[in-house]
Design a binder for this molecule. Structure first.
Ligand SMILES: *Cc1c(COP(=O)(O)O)cnc(C)c1O
Length: 477
């Protein structure tokens, strides 16, 4: 008698898997028919889910039925071409298939030895990106530096901060703990993860200085230097500055070269966060915003925002990998192996916080190979062009105004009426289900953000959105 087992057989996997691919393809064909922003109320999804796990296994059909009936109403359709909220988290066919293959191989790539291809493909693709995007050559793994895929830009920033702390304290904080009087610098527009990260590394938010920005929401270098001098006089030790190319609120660009020169003068680690806008540097004509990047000790951007690679995929580069490894390396007995001992291989476990790691390079590799540099450039230019078109319509209208010339692919605009009016407008747009926009507050005013970077977004979607914005604004009293 054969012993009963509960696994899904390869034959059943093949059958269900094909259906799943069909389901996803159908979804992409119909994604425009769903309300972009999920319209459910808190608790709506959970109340229809069973209170206990099933004692007996269920059929795959039953699960997919529940996906359609119980889960889909609670989905906000990030992959809709009418998604203009936040920043995109776009994806694409080759990325989804790469993710599937990664799950299928089920590799845990913590060490070179635990799957050499997982490490070596990642190093190679990260080095490709250096050339594709004209990043500093020493970010290459074949040189002093190196690139690694992290889960998020937030954790890349955290890793950079840790390295900066250790550099500044001769790797002593790692050993003795506690914290000397070190201080970090961001602008008022830096991503909120910096504030979280300063807590995590034990330096504390009172040692995080917020530098003023100019009329373009870019950090003012003179203010940065003045604050550094003041801190030095008071006995503080400046250790970290985060510059941003493409701030979350308005895509503002900090003057990276000037900030970098200040950092060099005072021996401070400059991290550059280009989570969203980083993808733009695949286009040579966008690279002026990246001027001075060779002064950065670390740099991160997110293919999971604007390079057709599904979440999560953050590319993190350092100019000197030995600092990163010295900061994070630990070698317990159970991880010792010959390849590591020879020093001839990269063990990516030492390049980020966690030990285990997925084979994320596959999806990025698939994306780059599917589109080619030319394809990536084409689509990124298209998004930037559409943002330009949209801002032209705003400019030409009597009722709406622009915050500024849109940097890259984000347009901040508002109805000339007051904040209350604009809040009503965005509410009526988002509850219509037809488009989804989010807002920010800048110069004390409420601004709508039109973020154009979804994989399927074309001119007609942007035109429809503009028409709807006009119509809805007419019907607000
Ligand atoms: C989105 C964003 C982040 C955070 O990205 P995660 O990968 O979700 O952590 C950080 N910095 C900037 C500038 C961003 O726009």
């Amino acid at each position: 008698m054969t012993k009963k087992n509960y696994h899904m057989s390869p034959a059943q996997f093949r059958e269900e898997g094909k259906k799943m691919i069909d389901w996803i393809a159908d979804y992409y064909e119909q994604v425009e028919n769903y309300p972009v922003l999920s319209q459910v109320e808190p608790g709506d999804i959970r109340k229809d889910l069973p209170n206990a796990a099933p004692a007996q296994g269920e059929s795959f059909d039953a699960m997919m039925q529940d996906v359609e009936q119980l889960i889909m109403p609670g989905i906000t359709h990030w992959q809709s071409p009418n998604f203009f909220a936040y920043f995109p988290a776009n994806t694409s066919g080759p990325s989804i298939l790469g993710e599937l293959l990664s799950a299928g191989l089920g590799v845990q790539g913590m060490l070179w030895a635990t799957s050499p291809a997982c490490t070596e493909l990642e190093s190679q693709v990260m080095d490709w990106l250096v050339d594709m995007m004209d990043l500093p050559q020493y970010f290459k793994t074949t040189q002093n530096g190196g690139g690694v895929i992290q889960d998020t830009a937030s954790n890349a920033l955290l890793t950079a901060m840790l390295c900066a702390r250790e550099m500044k304290t001769n790797f002593e904080t790692n050993r003795i703990g506690g914290c000397p009087k070190i201080v970090a610098y961001i602008s008022s527009q830096t991503h909120s993860s910096a504030e979280k990260d300063i807590k995590v590394i034990g330096v504390g938010t009172q040692n995080l200085r917020t530098i003023e920005v100019d009329e373009n929401f870019a950090m003012i270098p003179e203010k940065l230097e003045a604050q550094i001098r003041k801190d030095l006089e008071e006995g503080y030790i400046p250790f970290f500055v985060c510059g941003t190319i493409g701030t979350t609120s308005s895509n503002a660009v900090d003057p990276i070269r000037e900030i970098g020169e200040i950092c060099r003068r005072y021996d401070i680690w400059m991290h550059v966060d280009a989570a969203m806008a980083g993808s733009a540097s695949v286009c040579p004509e966008q690279r002026t915003a990246f001027d001075g990047l060779e002064l950065a000790k670390s740099y991160a951007f997110n293919p999971h925002k604007w390079m057709f690679t599904n979440f999560d995929c953050d590319c993190f580069f350092v100019s000197d990998k030995s600092v990163l490894i010295k900061t994070l390396s630990v070698l317990p007995e159970y991880l010792k192996n010959e390849a590591t001992a020879t020093g001839a291989v990269i063990d990516y476990r030492d390049w980020h916080l966690q030990l285990g790691r997925r084979f994320r390079a596959l999806k990025l590799w698939f994306v780059i190979r599917h589109y080619g540099v030319e394809g990536l450039q084409y689509h990124i230019r298209e998004h930037i062009r559409l943002a330009g078109e949209f801002s032209k319509w705003v400019n030409e209208s009597n009722d709406f105004e622009l915050l500024n010339e849109p940097p890259f692919n984000l347009v901040c605009f508002r109805h000339k009426n007051n904040d209350a009016f604009n809040k009503k407008l965005i509410h009526s747009l988002n509850t219509s289900g037809k488009i989804y926009l989010t807002h920010t507050v800048l110069n004390g005013q409420f601004w709508l953000r039109m973020s154009i970077g979804q994989t399927q977004t074309e001119l007609k979607h942007v035109q429809d959105a503009w028409r709807l914005i006009g119509e809805k604004s007419q019907s607000i009293s």
